[in-house]
Design a protein around this ligand. Structure first.
Ligand code: B12
Ligand code: SF4
Ligand code: SF4
Length: 380
């Protein structure tokens, strides 16, 4: 049976011979470049440096409602639980769109979000890398991981020399910055590990100061219960009022702690070309919906345009909840009519945010009207 026709998706054949590790490394690098990964490096399949930070983060309850992180803590630093006899982790990085995804009313999506969902596209690209390597090297065991697989992606990527972990917690490639998405191929091949890259934040603290919610407890470590990316992507149900007040124009994810980072310069030409050829250059000329358009969006339109993007993680009702909160926070009175409708839906997060926004907007209108009245009186 050819290696391409494997019975289990993502899990390759057991290795039958031990190819030369330098040759194997060269072939994997070549195939990763062919699939337009901008970074490829190798780490040992063992607990990566810095993982104790994850343990103490969970112990301190900084993971908010993401109980899956706690449940899978044992696996995240132990690739042997994902693939028996794992010896190496091939770490891959791919740049995502860099153009701000901002609607005409200012509503924003995280830059990575408008393109095709990376969970699928990166998995396909990484799987093609592994399959091509199997064809050239002979059968070996592998498992492809992207995001939702319980593996500490940033820590392994740092161990594999793809960049350093910045004070904003993100992996930063010295040439490309942090607008990257990560994937891994855990394998039973014995690959020569790469050297980690030295930390280059220096005395800069821009990201720590720019975070609108003060989410960083210390450099590199955040309190997820204060992070807008957590509330707008991961959280289900009503968003607390104190958080709604800070949401600003962000309807999905947040890039602020990366936007201010001096390492996020324009992409090298060849990467920008590769992004364009993959159809992931960003939202230029194709503005995302405004808050009122999100709020009015029906299931058909959602499925056609957004159902195949990473926004699917929050779902249509989740995006509408965020848009309602953003309307209230930004004083967007153009949403008042549609908020009347969304306040009545049976989804708790959406009805709560819509009711909150309506009250705020009505209050703002009253204040505006009485200010205008007293101005008229003074002029008389
Ligand atoms: C849960 C999660 C979140 C949570 C929590 C984020 C967090 N900082 O912990 C929320 C929902 C808030 C979130 C937000 C975002 N996320 Co997220 N998220 C994840 C996920 C699924 C797990 C991360 C995790 O375990 N967090 C717990 C912390 C404690 O662990 P950690 O982030 O791995 O951090 C480790 C390292 O930082 C290391 N470390 C820290 N300092 C140092 C120093 C040294 C010297 C060393 C060696 C190690 C080290 O120790 C930590 C423990 O191992 C990963 C995918 C994955 N499987 O890993 C994606 C991932 C981390 N997210 C990603 C992205 C893109 C984002 C956002 C940018 C999305 C957005 N635009 O809104 C934001 C960025 C927010 C931020 N500043 O971190 C990318 C990161 C890409 C990159 N360049 O780093 C990942 C890898 C997904 C992917 N496949 O590409 N995310
Ligand atoms: S993603 Fe936004 S809210 Fe979260 S830590 Fe960064 S700046 Fe703060
Ligand atoms: S903004 Fe400054 S401190 Fe923060 S990650 Fe970038 S270089 Fe490091």
């Amino acid at each position: 049976m050819p290696a391409d026709a494997l019975p289990f998706a993502g899990i390759g054949f057991r290795r039958v011979s031990s190819p030369d590790r330098i040759l194997a490394a060269g072939i994997l690098r070549e195939e990763a470049r062919r699939e337009s990964f901008s970074g490829v490096g190798f780490a040992r399949a063992e607990r990566p440096a810095g993982f104790d930070r994850f343990e103490s983060w969970i112990r301190a309850g900084r993971h908010a409602g993401m109980s899956y992180l706690e449940r899978t803590r044992g696996t995240r630093a132990d690739p042997g639980r994902l693939l028996p006899d794992a010896r190496s982790v091939v770490c891959l990085a791919a740049p995502h769109g860099r153009l701000p995804a901002v609607a005409s009313d200012g509503a924003q999506l995280a830059r990575y979000a408008p393109g095709a969902d990376y969970h699928g596209t990166l998995r396909q690209r990484a799987t093609r890398v592994a399959r091509a390597a199997v064809r050239r090297l002979g059968a070996f065991g592998y498992r492809v991981c992207v995001d939702s697989t319980p593996i500490a992606e940033r820590s392994f990527a740092a161990a594999a020399g793809l960049g350093w972990i910045g004070k904003n917690g993100c992996l930063i490639d010295p040439e490309r910055g942090s607008y990257l998405l990560l994937a891994e191929i855990v394998t039973d091949l014995d690959l020569p590990p790469d050297e980690p890259v030295a930390e280059r934040c220096g005395s800069c603290v821009r990201c720590l100061e720019a975070c609108p919610t003060g989410a960083f407890l210390e450099p590199g470590l955040l309190d997820a219960s204060r992070c807008l990316a957590y509330w707008t992507i991961e959280h289900r149900g009503p968003i607390p009022d104190t958080v709604k007040e800070t949401i600003g124009p962000r309807v999905f994810g947040c890039d602020i702690c990366q936007e201010v980072c001096p390492w996020n310069k324009p992409l090298p030409f060849e990467d920008a070309e590769a992004l364009r050829s993959l159809g992931e250059g960003g939202a230029k000329g194709n503005l995302p919906p405004t808050r009122s358009e999100w709020l009015a969006m029906g299931p058909g339109q959602w499925r056609r345009r957004w159902g195949t993007t990473a926004l699917n993680r929050a779902g249509r009702r989740g995006l509408q909840r965020n848009a309602a909160a953003s309307a209230g926070a930004c004083g967007d009175t153009s949403c008042l009519a549609v908020l009347d409708r969304t306040a009545a839906v049976s989804e708790a997060g959406l009805s709560d945010a819509s009711g909150w926004a309506k009250r705020r907007l009505a209050g703002a209108r009253r204040l505006g009207a009485s200010a205008a009245n007293s101005e008229r009186k003074t002029q008389r």
